[in-house]
Design a protein around this ligand. Sequence first.
Ligand SMILES: [Zn+2]
Length: 117
Amino acid sequence: MHKGTEAPFSGEYDNFFKKGTYVCRRCGLPLYKSDSKFDAHCGWPAFDTEIAGAVKHVMPDFTHKMLGAADELECARCGAHLGHLFKGEGFTKTDERHCVNSISMKFIPEKKDDDGK
Ligand SMILES: [Zn+2]
């Protein structure tokens, strides 16, 4: 098992579509908005874009490069491993799939002051 990668379809945020923000589990930096989350059926939470500046892109290791990963994703503040970025799959208009481990993030629900939905 690869360091920091959970088994597919096991993570608490894989099949999870509430409104809010996903923050770094280690340092609390907001990483992804629920608006950019989509169901890629890949077994891990998938986002089509990150919060600007929150995610650092580094070279993936050999195994993930062979799997087609464009970048490895890390928290820009604390360097925690988040997941991997895949490009050119055509899932959404950004054509990016940020494949992120549930265990790397914590979900903060959106405040509901408006219409309570
Ligand atoms: Zn962090």
